[in-house]
Design a protein around this ligand. Sequence first.
Ligand SMILES: O=C(O)C(=O)C[C@]1(C(=O)O)C=C[C@@H](O)C=C1
Length: 356
Amino acid sequence: MSKTLADLRRDIDAIDDQILDLLNRRARCVIEVGRLKTGEKRDFHVPNREREIYERLTGANPGPFPNEAVRSVFREVISASLSLESPMKVAFLGPKATFSHLATLQQFGLSAELVPLKSISAVFEEVEKGRAYYGVVPVENSTEGVVSHTLDMFMDSELKINAEILLEVHHDLLSRTGRVEDIKKIYSHPQPIAQCRNWLEEHFPGVPLVDVASTAVAAQIAGEDYTAAAIASELAATMYDLKVVRKRIEDQVNNFTRFLVIGKKMAERCGDDKTSLMFLIKDEPGILYRMLEPFAKRGVSLSKIESRPLKKKAWEYIFFLDLAGHVSEPAVAEAVQELKGYCQFVKILGSYPRAK
Ligand SMILES: O=C(O)C(=O)C[C@]1(C(=O)O)C=C[C@@H](O)C=C1
């Protein structure tokens, strides 16, 4: 005889009791881990360990519980665990409901105390002064390029990169009524407007597009005026009580923004790491060519190279380099050592697990 609804609910209650019991057993282990780490002065947030947990569980999951849900559930389990080890304050480039907020939630979950700040330099300062444990700042977008202000901040800061976050960016059109015919103006930050231009021309020809400071400001305006629509994130719809007129209106699929988690220490090696460094080369002929040699001859692959003007001296440039590997690996350490011979200075910004 098949089970009744009441039978099934009794089964679910019994399973939930077991899950709760297991969560508390896990939490007691985590509190012990926190004590060990405090004694050994180790970092509480260990991105490579978190990645290992997600990969192990999603790789072994027989279903039908979907892998994406496994990730979300464990995101919150680990977030709560981290807060049990130490109250976790994380500063990010605000305001709330922007993509930096989404990226911070993706990395730290709902149990961390998230603090929106007005500028990238304010996020650096909050972490430097110890008022926040970590900070989250954007560093590049796959269609718009590098966030130069973030790179510039590393010139005078001793903070290290502890992790990177890759966020797939989707833009939604939001308004109070959710009705296309009410929309007389569309607000957003210039970047999302640029990224949705073709869609807007096709669906809202002639409707004025208004630049504002952030997608959150746009959402706030749309919340106050039913004839205004905002291009913003799904999170903004929830936070500003807006309806989704149309989801995912971006012209370009595969639009990612990369964020950095900054803190006082870099991450331990996980075997699939990246290292970011900055350097100032000596003014000699052929130096640009030679500075890449230490990496090429040891088979260390470079994923990015950027140059920024050195503000203190005209026509001198600082280089930012991302490479595959952890600075504790001999090939990387030797290449960096050799690079120092061609440079006025070299600074390791951090080694951290490569985001997937
Ligand atoms: O393994 C650790 O180092 C922990 O602190 C435990 C734990 C977890 O909940 O599993 C919590 C936070 C870390 O970022 C990684 C993992």
